[in-house]
Design a protein around this ligand. Structure first.
Ligand SMILES: NC(=O)c1ccc[n+]([C@@H]2O[C@H](COP(=O)([O-])OP(=O)(O)OC[C@H]3O[C@@H](n4cnc5c(N)ncnc54)[C@H](OP(=O)(O)O)[C@@H]3O)[C@@H](O)[C@H]2O)c1
Length: 297
């Protein structure tokens, strides 16, 4: 018997592996698209040459060069890699989706809350506009545009994700180190918004989109419990029963990451999941305290 197949670009990564596990629990055979060939992976070249595997029902792209890699200097060539790893993989999968003889029922992709320009006062929902002349808005906007399709039988969903919190993988395990040593605290002055989501919910939103034929378009992948970076630090300190008073100064962030990347940590957006909730999605971890209790235990 042929099983239904889900093809996940970047399925080898942190979110991709969690999504693949959930898809498999729901009866899908998962195939990750990767730069490296392997047992349950196929390469981008394979997709370009052969198209989608038989019985593909779901195609989701999560591939992208990690941006906040402290070991990679913020240079013109790295910036190009950050950009192209998202746009070219999206183009490759979108073309395969459009050329497929039996089109998949869902084409999904991820993007980030960097779509919305940093602001301390505005509250953004999925209908809000991107910034202009802002590197991260420009990147996410181009990334989302690359994925756009108009096809009456294929739904397209884009999840604009905040920082994904989990026990292993993502940003939290690295943040826990100074906090557990009692050396944690806010980044910069801590007044910037810190949009966050638990890994179970980012996976949950994709599964919700897969399982509900009425879900379409952009969904914000953030919990409905907006916090500033200072509030986030306070909650993390209290969950760990450690002080959280030592700030990481802005100049140190800029020295480590370069000012263009430093913006991602030193400025933020207050993002609300209006359409995500209106589409019927119920958050597993709607509050930061519960999310941190699970992810830092
Ligand atoms: N984690 C978060 O908090 C978060 C928040 C907002 C948005 N996102 C976005 O969500 C996506 C997945 O995030 P993640 O945390 O799961 O990332 P991840 O663990 O770094 O995985 C990303 C995957 O992309 C592939 N990749 C990396 N560099 C690449 C390159 N230069 N060219 C082509 N493919 C490349 C890798 O697959 P191979 O090594 O197998 O090729 C990797 O498995 C990313 O696009 C990220 O920007 C993540």
């Amino acid at each position: 018997m042929s099983s239904k197949v889900a093809v996940i670009g970047g399925g080898t990564g942190f979110i991709g592996q969690a999504l693949c596990k959930s898809l498999e629990r729901n009866g899908y055979k998962t195939v990750a698209v990767s730069r490296n060939p392997g047992k349950s992976t196929i390469t981008w070249k394979y997709i370009e040459q052969e198209g989608l595997p038989k019985n593909t029902e779901i195609v989701i792209n999560l591939a992208g060069e990690p941006v906040l890699n402290v070991f990679k200097r913020w240079s013109a060539s790295f910036k190009k890699e950050v950009w192209e790893s998202r746009i070219s993989t999206t183009n490759t999968l979108k073309n395969a989706v459009l050329c497929s003889e039996s089109p998949p029922k869902l084409w999904g992709s991820i993007s980030g809350v960097g779509f919305y320009p940093p602001s301390s006062t505005l509250v953004y929902n999925e209908d809000s506009k991107p910034g202009s002349n802002d590197l991260w808005s420009d990147l996410t906007h181009a990334w989302e545009n690359a994925g756009k399709i108009e096809h009456k039988n294929i739904r397209h969903v884009v999840v604009r994700s905040g920082v994904v919190l989990a026990k292993s993988g993502g940003a939290l395990p690295q943040m826990l180190i100074p906090f557990k040593l009692g050396l944690g605290g806010p980044i910069g002055d801590g007044s910037q918004w810190f949009p966050w989501i638990h890994i179970d919910d980012i996976v949950g939103i994709f599964m919700h989109a897969i399982q509900n034929n009425s879900v379409n378009g952009v969904l914000n992948g953030v919990a409905p419990d907006a916090k500033t970076n200072q509030e986030f630090s306070k909650y993390l300190g209290s969950v760990l029963r450690r002080p959280a008073i030592l700030p990481m100064p802005s100049f140190a962030v800029n020295m480590l990451y370069g000012p263009e990347r430093g913006i991602m940590l030193l400025q933020g957006q207050n993002v609300y999941p209006k359409l995500t909730q209106a589409s019927g999605y119920k958050f597993v971890y709607p509050t930061l305290e519960n999310a941190l209790r699970e992810a830092s235990s």
